[in-house]
Design a protein around this ligand. Structure first.
Ligand code: SF4
Ligand code: SF4
Length: 384
């Protein structure tokens, strides 16, 4: 009989009220109880307490979850659904063939930054040769990346794996904005190149812990750690839970989403010379809104520079979900279609969208939406 690596009290906390269901993107698209938070919790309980088989359909029900955690915010019983799902996937990855060797290999590559950079350069060459379909929504990758250079020690800028390889220009924009607010920027040392978020989502918790230890060692001292990817920021803020040590708790308390950090320093930001000449629709990444609960800071930071438009979908997920869009393309596409409709209602088919997470940016771009990181918009406002 399989025991899921979850807390039984947390599993028991769900009262099956169903208030989370309208907030769940996979339930909204499918209408299936098995694709809802309540249904997934019921399936976990059946494995945990009634000896149900964790293979087959159970694995599929768990795998179709985007891990957006919108259900957590909606839940009156404070069920920590993210922890339940992570523990369940960890059990599946440890005891079943849930993560085959080739997926484990792909996840492992994320922790080898030079290899990732070399692979990204090869992908950039393939893009030039028109060998990469546009529908994948990849940003146009650079054949050469301008190196980032440290300018001080007031804050660390966490650079990460895929974002550094594919969107380093956004890191450069973030650095310019941080410096404009008067902060000198330090860059992580060796090992500060993968937060382990995708590994945690995949149930590869041991690998995530190994990466977390490396990240912590790469940014010593007590300076704040600023993160410009909502998914990475959520992972770094969770290191206390992931590692369960006082050092990890202390580290996690130093982590800020870049907008969260800038919002406390708006008086030091340069006054806008001119506001952006186009309206900007704000899309809240789930890991900024539901996990970090820091999404309003994006509005605080952008408001002096742009006319902002709100989406009317109550923060529904865009379907990116880390590796979800690659692993579950069909359901991910259906979830994204609802987000695209909300964007068009807010700003029309040619809306410019601000999104503080690289995965969401790529997900929306693959549907033809002009999504940009807020820092890129800020940098553009400074240049206008
Ligand atoms: S994490 Fe998101 S996709 Fe998964 S059950 Fe909760 S609301 Fe649904
Ligand atoms: S997870 Fe929370 S909101 Fe959803 S059914 Fe259970 S108790 Fe209700």
């Amino acid at each position: 009989m399989t025991r899921l690596q979850v807390d039984d009290d947390e599993l028991a906390a769900c009262v099956a009220c169903g208030l989370c269901l309208p907030h769940c993107p996979t339930y909204r698209v499918t209408g299936l109880e098995s694709a809802s938070p309540r249904g997934r919790i019921a399936a976990m309980r059946a494995v945990q307490w009634q000896g149900a088989d964790p293979g087959g359909s159970f694995t599929e029900f768990m795998d179709l979850c985007v891990q957006c955690r919108a259900c957590e915010v909606a839940c009156p019983s404070s069920v920590p659904f993210g922890r339940l799902m992570e523990g369940t996937r960890h059990t599946l990855a440890s005891t079943t063939g849930y993560q085959p060797w080739w997926r484990r290999l792909a996840y492992r590559t994320l922790g080898h930054h030079r290899l990732l950079l070399a692979g990204s350069t090869a992908l950039a060459v393939a893009q030039r040769a028109r060998l990469v379909p546009k529908r994948l929504g990849l940003p146009k990758l650079s054949l050469r990346r301008q190196p980032l250079r440290a300018s001080g020690s007031d804050v660390w800028l966490f650079t990460g794996c895929v974002m550094d390889a594919w969107m380093r220009a956004t890191h450069a924009a973030v650095q310019r904005v941080l410096e404009a607010s008067g902060a000198g920027v330090a860059l992580p040392g060796s090992g500060g190149d993968c937060c382990g978020a995708l590994h945690t989502h995949a149930g590869l918790t041991d690998e995530a812990r190994r990466l977390a230890e490396r990240v912590m060692a790469s940014m010593p001292g007590d300076a704040p750690i600023v993160v410009d990817s909502a998914g990475c920021g959520a992972a770094l803020k969770d290191y206390g839970h992931l590692l369960g040590t006082p050092a990890a708790e202390t580290f996690a308390a130093r982590v800020f989403d870049v907008h969260e950090w800038l919002a406390t320093r708006m008086d030091r930001m340069p006054a806008p010379v001119r506001r952006l000449s186009f309206p900007v629709a704000v899309q809240d990444p789930c890991h900024l809104r539901h996990v970090q609960r820091a999404h309003q800071h994006v509005r605080t930071v952008l408001a002096p520079y742009a006319d902002l438009r709100e989406l009317d979908d109550d923060g529904l997920c865009c379907g990116a979900g880390g590796a979800y869009s690659a692993l579950q393309p069909e359901l991910s596409g259906e979830v994204r279609a609802r987000k695209v409709e909300a964007i068009i209602r807010a700003g029309g088919a040619h809306a410019i969208v601000a999104s503080a997470n690289p995965g969401c940016i790529m997900q929306l771009r693959s549907a033809g939406i002009d999504a940009r990181h807020p820092a890129d918009l800020l940098a553009e406002a400074a240049d206008e």
